[in-house]
Design a protein around this ligand. Structure first.
Ligand SMILES: Cc1ncc(COP(=O)(O)O)c(C=O)c1O
Length: 344
């Protein structure tokens, strides 16, 4: 019998299952650059409706969706105010400066949302000597804050200020699906504080490839032009859209299961001598535990040897992510292994 592996490194490690492959194989396709791909058109329309926006664009990755939004909403040299530790800043290889030519201004995000008071303080109207703040971003849920859901009232306050001052708002909603399920609120309600939103199909929803960017029709038109410049236009990509349509229909509501698994891991970890975390801060499918300084690698190696894969954010923080390819038995296994680890 194959050794049980609970792969908790990321929700991006999922593989398409048989019904998803079947949906991909049967998806009608055409040349999407000509607008001829019926599956992509359907997916874009479905997503725009889901998030309550005028139009949407299928893109190869979440990073590309964010880069398109940053480039379309700004002029080179502008400032973009972002929640601290957000993915755009930490994990997108400097694409904001490389592609959009903007400066990033981090504001505190310990609640998951950019602190509205700090957004107000850091805002610059521009002029002859200084750059202008033209875009504010949100990240909901916040990956590096352990999948924290941004309090909607803080997003509303920051959003109102930004709009009063002529800024646009882009939401990195790679895992907005998780926030929607955890809160019982629609994607449209959650996205209503932003002018554009990017959501990934390749994370909790389990698709092999793809993200969607939504916003006003003219913004999406510009994003489509930029997608060509960035090399992200595809042809018969309806096979990927087929997976996306299947995932929205079948893998969205099941995210509650991943959240319950993450809670279980958090409740186990909090009782272990080598892990520190607040289970109350585990809102969705990500758990981040602080471990004794420079012990992350040792813990990961010992867990891996027993079939539990983890991801170290640095040498004192380990991330555990639940997803559709870890079931109840995998979580039982992970709990047993973690509880038995001897950390020296
Ligand atoms: C919050 C967030 N935004 C954006 C992305 C980028 O997505 P991709 O890996 O598809 O480029 C990720 C990926 O993990 C993410 O966690």
């Amino acid at each position: 019998m194959a050794k049980r592996i609970a792969d908790l490194r990321s929700d991006t490690v999922t593989r398409p299952d048989a019904p998803m492959y079947a949906a991909m194989v049967s998806a009608p396709v055409g040349d999407d650059i000509h607008g001829d791909d019926p599956s992509i058109n359907e997916l874009q329309e479905r997503f725009a409706e889901l998030v309550g926006m005028e139009a949407a664009l299928f893109v190869p990755s979440g990073s590309m969706g964010n880069s398109l939004a940053l480039t379309a909403w700004t002029r080179r040299g502008d400032e973009v105010i972002i929640p601290s530790e957000c993915h755009i800043f930490r994990y997108e290889c400097g694409s904001a400066s490389f592609l959009a030519g903007v400066e990033l201004v981090e504001v505190d995000s310990s609640t998951g949302a950019p602190d509205p008071a700090e957004v107000k303080r850091r805002y610059k109207s521009g002029g002859f000597h200084s750059s202008r703040s033209s875009l504010l971003t949100f990240e909901n849920t916040h990956n590096y804050r352990g999948g924290l859901i941004s309090p909607q009232c803080l997003l509303e306050e920051a959003s109102a200020f930004a709009h009063e001052n002529g800024m646009h708002i882009h939401m990195d909603g790679a895992r907005l699906w998780n926030a929607s399920i955890a809160l019982g609120l629609s994607m449209a309600e959650l996205a209503s504080v932003a002018d554009s939103v990017m959501c990934c199909l390749s994370k909790g929803l389990g698709c092999p490839v793809g993200s969607l960017l939504a916003g006003p029709a003219d913004f999406i038109g510009e994003a489509k032009r930029l997608r060509k410049i960035f090399g992200g236009s595809m042809r018969q990509a309806g096979v990927l859209a087929g997976a996306g349509l299947y995932a929205i229909g079948h893998n969205f509501s099941r995210l509650a299961k991943d959240h319950a698994h993450a809670k279980r891991l958090a409740e186990t970890l909090v009782n272990l001598p080598w892990a520190e975390l607040d289970p109350e801060q585990v809102h969705t499918n990500i758990v981040i535990a602080q471990v004794p300084s420079r012990q992350a690698q040792q813990i990961m190696d010992k867990a891996e040897a027993q079939g539990v894969r983890l991801f170290a954010l640095n040498d004192y923080e380990i991330r555990f992510v639940t997803h559709k390819d870890v079931d109840d038995k995998d979580i039982d296994h992970a709990v047993d292994v973690l509880a038995s680890l001897k950390v020296t």
